[in-house]
Design a protein around this ligand. Structure first.
Ligand code: DGL
Length: 268
């Protein structure tokens, strides 16, 4: 099968969080069609086992491949950290994941090779960021911290709230004690906390937004493979979820920073 530049980019996540990646893609690649899948019936993934996450990930990738996407993007850090090989093994089209993009972003950002990584418990326990960063730069020192309360706080919309600030101070105390110069936001939800986190870590620590890093990597890959969409009209955006589309739409508009329509419910 010849991969067609007019086909959509398939982006997927455990729920609404991957829309931070979609937002970055819409800004960086305004002529690309996008099909998004959020597994809102089974979210959160960040506290589930590797076997369960791998099984769900396979189902979602197969769904998007049936829609004839030209590229698959694993927007969910948790899926990317434990199941990206599952997707690469079954996909006839290229696969990108946020961990690799975030790792490259961290290497570009760090000045003293002291890097903090925050994410869900599954992402942090997998050590995937450390492995990805060390593959490119073995002498970077990495300090990781799981921040499980950030996901519900962001979904609640408490982006500039005292409870979130205190939670962040508590979580980040151990990594800040290590004198990091860079902090990787290793979860789809964390880019929305950027202003608050920057305030907590102070101006001397650079924040790496894996959503932005992902959009840059996607643009480069589409260029290299001659897969950039040549059309210059309005792109088509479609969203598939597995439950409660209204909640997805309401919270999703905050993630996307624009109105969100074309939400379909998939029943398996
Ligand atoms: N999308 C997940 C991630 O980036 C966060 C939400 C979840 O736990 O499913 O790790």
């Amino acid at each position: 099968m010849q991969n067609n530049p007019n086909n959509a980019i398939g982006v997927f996540d455990s729920g609404v969080g991957g829309l931070t990646v979609v937002r970055a893609l819409m800004e960086r690649l305004p002529f690309e069609n996008i099909i998004y899948f959020g597994d809102t019936a089974r979210v959160p993934y960040g506290v589930k086992s590797v076997e369960t996450i791998a099984h769900y990930t396979r189902e979602i990738a197969e769904f998007l491949l049936q829609k004839e996407v030209k590229l698959l993007i694993i927007a969910c850090n948790t899926m990317a950290s434990v199941a990206s090989q599952v997707v690469k093994d079954l996909s006839p089209v290229p696969v990108l994941d946020v961990i690799d993009a975030g790792a490259l972003g961290a290497i570009a950002a760090t000045s003293r090779k002291q890097v903090g990584v925050i994410g869900t418990p599954t992402t942090i326990n997998s050590n995937a960021y450390a492995r990805a960063i060390h593959q490119y730069e073995p002498d970077v020192r990495i300090f990781s911290q799981a921040c499980p309360l950030f996901v519900p706080l962001v979904e609640e919309g408490w982006l500039d709230h005292q409870v979130t600030r205190l939670t962040a101070q508590e979580y980040l105390k151990p990594v800040l004690a290590q004198d990091i110069d860079t902090l990787v936001l290793g979860c789809t939800h964390y880019p929305l906390l950027k202003p608050l986190l920057q305030e907590v870590v102070g101006p001397g620590v650079k924040l790496v937004d894996s959503a932005e890093a992902m959009a840059e990597e996607t643009a480069a890959l589409l260029g290299d493979l001659n897969l950039a969409n040549p059309q210059r009209g309005r792109p088509d955006y479609q969203f598939y979820v597995t439950d409660v589309p209204l909640r997805f739409q309401t919270i999703g508009e905050r993630f996307l920073g624009r109105t969100l329509s074309n939400v379909h419910v998939v029943k398996w």
